[in-house]
Design a protein. Structure first.
Length: 138
């Protein structure tokens, strides 16, 4: 039995050496290729969910689509540059301008009970001519 184990060990060692050679060759190929820096769009894609909430779909918003303008609900702390980067990274379009509107909360009453309807922030994003964003998949 001892003789058989000796042969098995040699095979394992040979396999390890072959794997090491393959790994070294793969490293050489990776080194030869140019390492391209990540574009700004690719870096910020993971943060888009912190900026964009949802598309704001109303009659007025659908009319604005004819003018290459799209409306989105955004988080209250988002600013114009963050919104622009998020739209460009998620939808792959070129943004021309961003307008922000803060909708205040509204007082509502049901009988004697008073409360408030939540306020929110929305952004109107204008994109280049010829480009489209499909807000609702068909």
């Amino acid at each position: 039995m001892a003789l058989l184990n000796i042969f098995k060990k040699k095979k394992k060692e040979e396999k390890k050496e072959i794997k090491k050679k393959e790994v070294e060759e793969a490293k050489k190929v990776v080194r030869k290729e140019e390492k391209k820096p990540l574009k700004l769009k690719e870096k910020k894609f993971f943060e888009a969910y912190r900026i964009l909430k949802s598309p704001h779909i109303t009659e007025k918003a659908t009319d604005l689509v004819k003018k290459n303008q799209y409306v989105f609900k955004v988080w209250p702390r988002a600013n114009k540059t963050q919104i622009e980067r998020a739209i460009e990274s998620v939808f792959g379009v070129d943004v021309e301008s961003v307008k922000i509107i803060r909708i205040p909360r509204k007082r509502r009453r049901l009988g004697r009970i008073e409360g408030f309807k939540k306020g929110y922030k929305k952004a109107i994003v204008k994109i280049k001519k010829g480009q489209k964003i499909e807000v609702l998949p068909r």
